[in-house]
Design a protein around this ligand. Structure first.
Ligand code: NAD
Ligand code: GLY
Length: 357
């Protein structure tokens, strides 16, 4: 078992990473504020892991709420189901929410915790690779809007993050690969050694080798914790964590949050970022090819889905949290492991990249 820390002064919290942590009281009990606990999960995860999770909270007055499964349910209407359950159970301001699931459950539970009675504590128990390496850490919470992804939300840090790598054994291959996109992202942002490690070890990771998984999860969480500790509310460098996301979010929104997984949107987005960086002369074609090769070897998509067009994506990219004074800002590459947030790009090059030219 490994413990990392997200260092945020009095709001610092541990990330526990290991096998078989689910159901163990010592990782969660010290982080529960009072007697009431509400576990939020979904209809896929509940039959797999709810009973075991409930056991870890058996000394509390614990209830659960089971949401429908899917990115298309990450909205205000479904969020209300959490508030309904909390109010029906007379949960007070001391209640601790527990997010048991992937990034969708985690983001929604976190936002419910940020807003229920103006803020209650919550615990993250992520069960997808994507949630274990990214969404459970750092306190970004929220829901989607039909016009834009993650447009409604709040920063709200969890009390702790409990990562049981065994939960990944029931995850579909496609979801594991989608999580690997966010893992590759850390190598590209500022960890070239980790990128090299991934080039050598990606097949071990995809075959769920426990050591490879633990190493990649710990590296990713450490990289993210370091950035979040320096820039919690994304005043500056945290925006680097959005590599590939401006493109990816537009693709997800254009597809009505169905058909393209978040990690797949990010993988296409990272390839487009590499191509735009190459067109700007910031990286060589060899480097761009090296990035795209790792993404393709992972089994991730690298091209914009054929039913989408450049105009549509350009319009959607105007609704992005990095937009400033109407100008889209992208995370682009200066090298593998060196990224910048910039609005200094050639709009013609951008259009060409979106048109596959
Ligand atoms: P997800 O939550 O939809 O989970 C993917 C699928 O796997 C779902 O069907 C889920 O029910 C199922 N599942 C979860 N755990 C399982 C398990 N152990 N075994 C079998 N099935 C399991 O998707 P995701 O990829 O985990 O998360 C994507 C979401 O995370 C997006 O909404 C994205 O915006 C968000 N996100 C947030 C942040 C952040 O910083 N808050 C960062 C990255 C992504
Ligand atoms: N996933 C981007 C961030 O947490 O900032």
């Amino acid at each position: 078992m490994e413990t990392l820390t997200v260092d945020l002064g009095e709001r610092s919290y541990p990330i526990y990473i290991g096998q078989d942590l689910l159901g163990q009281t010592q990782y969660v009990v010290p982080h529960v504020k009072a007697k009431q606990v509400m576990i939020v999960t979904n209809e896929t995860i509940a039959p797999l892991y709810l009973e075991k999770t409930l056991a870890a909270f058996s000394e509390f007055n614990t209830a659960s709420v089971i949401l429908p499964d899917g990115e298309e349910y990450k909205n205000l209407e479904v969020l209300n189901q959490i508030f309904d359950s909390l109010l029906k159970k007379h949960c007070d301001r001391q209640v601790t929410l527990v997010a048991l699931g992937g990034g969708v459950v985690g983001d929604m539970t976190g936002f419910a915790a940020a807003s229920y009675q103006r803020g209650v504590p919550f615990i993250q128990i992520p069960t997808t690779l994507l949630a274990q390496v990214d969404s459970s850490v750092g306190g970004k919470t929220g829901v989607n809007h039909a016009l834009g992804k993650n447009m409604i939300g709040a920063f709200h840090q969890p009390q702790c993050v409990v990562i049981d790598t065994n939960t990944l054994n029931t995850l579909e291959d496609r979801q594991l690969k989608a999580g690997a996109a966010e893992v590759i992202k850390y190598g590209l942002i500022n960890d070239p050694e980790f990128f090299s490690w991934l080039e050598t070890n990606i097949q071990a990771l995809l075959s769920r080798d426990p050591q490879a998984l633990s190493y990649a999860i710990a590296c990713s969480c450490q990289d993210k914790a370091d950035i979040v500790s320096l820039d919690e509310k994304e005043a500056g460098m945290r925006a680097l964590l959005n590599l590939g996301h401006t493109f990816g979010h537009a693709i997800e929104t254009a597809m009505n949050y169905t058909g393209c997984l978040h990690g797949e949107g990010v993988s296409i987005g990272m390839c487009l970022a590499a191509k735009l960086s190459q067109k700007m002369g910031w990286i060589t074609s060899k480097t761009a090819d090296q990035i795209i090769r790792l993404i393709e070897v992972t089994g991730l998509p690298s091209q914009i889905p054929p039913n989408l067009n450049a105009e549509q994506l350009l319009t959607l990219m105007q609704i992005d949290k990095k937009v400033q004074a109407g100008r889209i800002r992208f995370v682009l590459l200066k090298a593998i492991g060196k990224t910048v947030v910039t609005d200094d790009y050639d709009p013609i090059a951008l259009k060409n990249v979106l048109e596959g030219a």
